[in-house]
Design a protein around this ligand. Structure first.
Ligand SMILES: NC(=O)C1=CN([C@@H]2O[C@H](COP(=O)(O)OP(=O)(O)OC[C@H]3O[C@@H](n4cnc5c(N)ncnc54)[C@H](O)[C@@H]3O)[C@@H](O)[C@H]2O)C=CC1
Ligand SMILES: O=C(CO)COP(=O)(O)O
Length: 336
């Protein structure tokens, strides 16, 4: 199916915003990539690549760096927002006065708002209202591989079918496959919780616990994700799809993941702050662990792996103690 060519504004020129902007431009769309750091975006524009995050991915001709938010949005049919979850509300608030009623908004943020634990769609509704078509893009997708044009599949979820279909058609090609869905809640929960679980797996792998432990953590981690997802109203099948198990597997098993690398660093005794500085990019799972832990308690949900990741990240618990707390748990029925 050939999509009509559109004009997009992509807000956020980190690694993922840049990779998605490149994908849209490869499909022939006209893309204005905006960043709040006007000097950085000017440098990227001059180099025709994102020199900081994706230096080996040249920008197609239809992609341009745009330092002015109003200009980026004014020229767009639809807007894609790709900032970390702690910045989503601010970024949407900056966007709001520039939006026309017809412009639709898709985000690719994976996390929960710090302190409020709001999912991205709740933040978007609170800031932009609920009359405009909105949705989320998520799934197993490292920016570097998308930048290199390697095969990837994602989910685009929206309660507005026409929007989900339009966005799928805009992005989809032989190398970047898109599945559509309606379950914005489930996709949001999957994208947030997998970050915490990847830190847990990184800790386990860093301590040398091996492949059996990794499979255990991923499988039981999926159960924890599904429990929280069910409590919040997500659909069960979402968690066995791209934005659930798909992203969980990817993030837990490959060192391209910043969350996994955080866990590996913690296992060596490095502090959270030192590891975050060394990684030098957003590690969503650090803040999300606090919100997931709070929500699990508030909803009375058993999430032991997420709880131990929280304890290591925020309560100074030694990684070895956290693992022992998990292994000391009594046996139980698997289906409980
Ligand atoms: N990098 C990846 O492979 C993937 C990332 N994601 C998600 O995409 C989101 C963004 O992540 P990355 O691009 O990887 O992060 P990054 O660490 O590469 O870049 C974050 C960017 O956001 C910008 N930013 C921060 N606060 C801002 C604000 N208030 N307004 C405007 N810009 C702001 C920063 O200047 C930086 O350029 C995260 O939620 C992440 O989980 C999702 C899929 C893949
Ligand atoms: O979301 C991602 C891949 O789907 C990126 O994972 P990290 O944020 O852990 O690097």
């Amino acid at each position: 199916m050939t999509a009509p060519l559109q004009r997009f504004a992509v807000l956020g020129a980190g690694s993922w915003g840049t990779a998605l902007a490149v994908q849209l431009a490869r499909r022939g769309h006209t893309v204005a990539l905006w960043a709040r750091d006007s000097q950085a975006i000017a440098a990227h524009e001059a180099a025709r690549c994102n020199t900081r995050y994706l230096a080996d991915t040249p920008w197609p001709d239809t992609l341009s760096g745009e330092p002015d938010l109003a200009r980026a949005v004014a020229g767009a049919d639809d807007v894609l927002v790709v900032v970390p979850s702690h910045a989503l509300a601010d970024c949407l608030a900056a966007l709001a006065p520039h939006l026309t009623p017809d412009q639709r908004v898709l985000w690719a943020t994976k996390g929960l708002e710090p302190d409020t634990a709001r999912l991205p769609h709740e933040v978007a509704r609170a800031v932009l209202g609920d009359t405009r078509a909105m949705g989320v893009l998520s799934g197993p997708s490292f920016s570097g591989e998308v930048g290199h044009g390697l095969p990837t599949a994602v989910t685009i979820a929206s309660e507005n079918d026409a929007f989900a279909n339009d966005m799928a058609a805009a992005f989809h090609d032989g190398m970047f496959r898109v599945y559509t869905a309606r379950d914005v809640i489930g996709v949001g929960v999957g994208g947030a919780v997998k970050n915490v679980l990847a830190i847990a797996v990184g800790i386990s792998d860093g301590l040398g616990y091996g492949a059996n432990a990794r499979a255990l953590l991923i499988t039981r981690g999926l159960t924890e994700m599904m429990r929280l997802g069910a409590a919040l109203g997500g659909a069960r099948e979402t968690f066995t799809g791209m934005a659930g198990l798909g992203d969980l597997l990817l993030t837990c098993t490959d060192d391209q993941s910043r969350n996994r690398r955080m866990g590996l660093a913690l296992a060596t005794g490095q502090s959270v702050d030192a590891a975050a500085r060394e990684i030098g990019q957003v590690v969503e799972g650090v803040r999300v662990a606090r919100e997931v832990h709070r929500m699990a308690i508030a909803h009375g949900i058993d999430m032991p792996i997420a709880a131990q990741a929280y304890a290591v990240l925020h309560e100074d618990m030694a990684a070895t103690t956290a693992v022992r707390r998990l292994t000391d748990r009594p046996y139980r029925a698997e289906a409980e």
